[in-house]
Design a binder for this molecule. Structure first.
Ligand code: NDP
Length: 499
């Protein structure tokens, strides 16, 4: 590690050195497969740890443990207030171990330690407490009905929200803790059991969170973690017959495969998938605010954010000024390891992903696109890609329409708002978008015309537990967050009483 990097905690070193197993039934268990999966530090390409490579038999054991816990009612039948207290204690434990978890996240994922502290840990904490509170607010309805038989009979109907059963959670590598807990917490708040699979690239923080769940008082079997490859472990988990619901966050192609397999059993599915998110900048926008907001919106976590702005449509009168401002901002970004808190751009998550993003840039270069890049980063073995602006890319470029998921953003000149709206909506995706304007009239007129699950005005990428989040079109189905979040983890039962 370079001199200016954060000092690694002893607890982190000890955790990395462990021979990690699978977390099943409240304890560590060895995998039945001998092979292990290496975990690498993206900043230097060195192996830092390894995890089990769970096979279908391991997954079956974890699902069976979760199912037994669910049918025995060890969690769902606790008083809601008891579950709430345990989940709040769980959040307190994360807070006590915040630096440890932030360091683990930066070491396995590559992102800045500042982002790990503020987002991975800070936002997760807020969201955990919000979701714990939902435990005591599960409600149904009482309904008057008009059933006319037999003559003289009277009926009263009420609905109950009951936990759906065993949930399978599949987590991507970009925000492993944050997105992982976005599956664990609503499942536990609703009274479900869960088996969760982190990405093989970034498995460490969820393994640590499993231990903390037991310490908080979550009963054995209710929260299980299996580590392994998506095509083996993930597939076995999502297709297991005892899984009642799959909560998946990841790429659109894998999400579609999961939805197809789920259709066979009508397993409930929530899908949070990819995006190619537009930002529309009107000529009356505050340009300084645009540059600050969209630099963050585009380059947070090196652009490895499903909600990131990756296509910026700019009205012609301000186009040259804005491109000059973005160029200056991109060239001033410092690039280096995430453990050095003074750096702003850090390595991508893995060599494979780095190469995928590099291929998009090579394709653009070969087709003579105009690229403006910032610093290439340290001359090390790390998985770096320079932050890059693509000027007015032609539609024939792969990066014009596909999700790059890297520090690459397209700047596109448009004649007016109508052209911007048409181009913004001309995509199979519909996750997020932003509109930049000082005109209230424009904001109110244009936001309904943007096809996206979240539309921000004069900001981008801000997410809150009380704000539903999910995609239109091929960006997914279902919503995370918000007061109705637990509906996706419950079944509604109508009870009809004759009196
Ligand atoms: P992938 O779809 O490749 O992987 C996501 C998860 O699915 C990983 O845990 C992976 O395991 C697992 N997986 C892979 N194949 C299968 C399978 N056949 N069955 C079950 N599970 C499987 O996505 P990435 O990890 O590359 O994540 C990036 C993608 O996630 C981007 O497209 C991004 O937009 C999207 N995303 C969406 C978000 C949203 O809220 N809409 C938020 C964050 C990311 P393994 O890695 O071990 O192979």
């Amino acid at each position: 590690m370079p001199d200016n990097c954060v000092t690694i905690l002893n607890s982190v070193t000890r955790f990395l050195d462990r021979q990690h197993g699978l977390y099943i039934n409240g304890q560590w268990q060895a995998s039945q497969a001998e092979q292990r999966l290496a975990v690498y530090n993206p900043a230097d390409g060195q192996q830092i740890s390894s995890t089990a490579d769970a096979n279908a038999a391991d997954v079956a054991l974890a699902v069976s443990s979760a199912h037994q816990a669910f049918t025995a009612g060890v969690w769902a039948q606790r008083l809601p207030a008891e579950r709430e207290r345990i989940l709040l204690r769980y959040a307190d434990l994360l807070e006590q171990h915040c630096e440890e978890l932030a360091q683990l996240e930066t070491l396995e994922q590559g992102k800045s330690i500042n982002i790990s502290r503020a987002f991975e840990v800070g936002c997760t904490l807020n969201w955990m407490r919000y979701t714990a509170g939902l435990t005591t607010k599960i409600t149904g309805q009482t309904l008057d009905v008009s059933i006319p038989m037999p003559p003289g009979a009277r009926y009263q109907v009420y609905t109950r929200k009951e936990p759906i059963g065993v949930v399978a959670g599949i987590v991507p590598w970009n925000f492993p803790l944050l997105i992982g807990m976005r599956k664990v917490m609503p499942a536990l708040a609703a009274g479900c059991s869960i088996v969760i699979k982190p990405s093989e690239t970034t498995p460490l923080t969820l393994l640590r969170m499993a231990e903390l769940a037991s310490e908080a008082g979550v009963p054995p079997g209710v929260f299980n973690v299996v580590t392994g490859r998506g095509a083996v472990c993930g597939k076995a988990l999502t297709e297991h017959p005892l899984i009642a619901k799959v909560s998946f966050t990841g790429s659109t192609p894998v999400g579609k495969g999961i939805a197809r397999a789920a259709a066979d059993r009508l397993t409930r599915v929530t899908l949070e998938l990819g995006g190619k998110n537009p930002a529309i900048v009107l000529q009356d926008a505050d340009l300084q605010q645009v540059i600050e907001g969209l630099m963050a919106g585009s380059f947070l976590n090196q652009g490895q954010v499903c909600a990131a702005s990756s296509r910026i449509y700019i009205e012609a009168p301000i186009y040259d000024r804005l491109v000059a401002g973005f160029e200056q901002a991109v060239k001033s970004l410092s690039v280096g390891p995430g453990m050095d808190g003074s750096t702003q751009i850090n390595p991508l998550v893995s060599l494979a992903h780095r190469n995928k993003v590099a291929a998009y840039l090579d394709d653009a270069r070969n087709k003579r696109a105009e690229l403006i890049s910032g610093s290439a980063g340290p001359d090390a073995q790390g998985f770096y890609i320079p932050p890059t602006l693509v000027i007015n890319p032609d539609d024939s470029l792969n990066l014009a329409r596909e999700e790059v998921f890297g520090p690459v953003v397209n700047l596109i000149r448009v004649a007016d708002a109508e052209e911007a709206l048409r181009k913004a909506n001309d995509t199979d995706y519909g996750l997020t978008a932003s509109l930049w304007t000082t005109s209230l009239q424009a904001a109110m007129a244009y936001t309904p015309r943007i096809q996206a699950g979240t539309v921000w005005v004069n900001t981008h990428t801000l997410i809150d537990a009380n704000m539903p989040f999910g995609g239109f079109k091929q960006s997914g189905s279902g919503r995370d967050f918000g007061p109705d979040w637990l509906d996706a983890y419950t079944e509604s039962k109508s009870v009809c009483i004759r009196y």
